[in-house]
Ligand binder design. Structure first.
Ligand code: THU
Length: 140
């Protein structure tokens, strides 16, 4: 199925409202669009031990995989900003690119990543964000 860009970004914005980010005040929401039409969201979850922070994208992937999903990842939307306000475009951090790749490679997809920001939407494929990725295919 083809996910609608604006609808997935809207889901990421709704998720952003649930961010727990009292230390950075940087609120991020992510939405994953699946082949069966499902949308799974996540928000960043910080910790008083700062380094234990979990990003929005990683939380969304963990939700999906702990729900049994092992593929079908077609599209990802990410939106973030200080105090939840619009700001410069946010692309997934390096760790999140690797975490996204796990589910993408399991299902043999190369999801489109829509990064929303005050200057518009940046559209990238995961393979452009994480070229020559190491993943489950290397270990199978
Ligand atoms: N963050 C995300 O949730 N996703 C990203 O792609 C970039 C960074 C979060 C982590 C932390 O809670 C805050 O943004 C500032 O780094």
């Amino acid at each position: 199925m083809t996910h609608n860009r604006d609808a997935l970004i809207a889901a990421a914005k709704s998720a952003k409202a649930k961010a727990y980010a009292p230390y950075s005040n940087f609120h991020v929401g992510a939405a994953l669009g699946f082949a069966d039409g499902a949308v799974v969201t996540g928000a960043n979850t910080e910790n008083a031990s700062y380094g234990l922070t979990l990003c929005a994208e990683t939380n969304a992937i963990a939700k999906a995989m702990s729900d049994g999903r092992r593929g079908g990842l077609e599209a990802v939307a990410v939106v973030g900003g200080m105090h939840g306000e619009p700001g410069p475009t946010v692309t997934p951090c390096g760790r999140c690119r690797q975490v996204l790749n796990e589910l993408a490679q399991l299902g043999d997809t190369d999801p489109v990543i829509w990064c929303d920001g005050e200057d518009g939407v940046l559209e990238l494929k995961l393979s452009a964000l994480l070229p020559h990725a190491f993943g489950p295919a290397n270990l199978g």
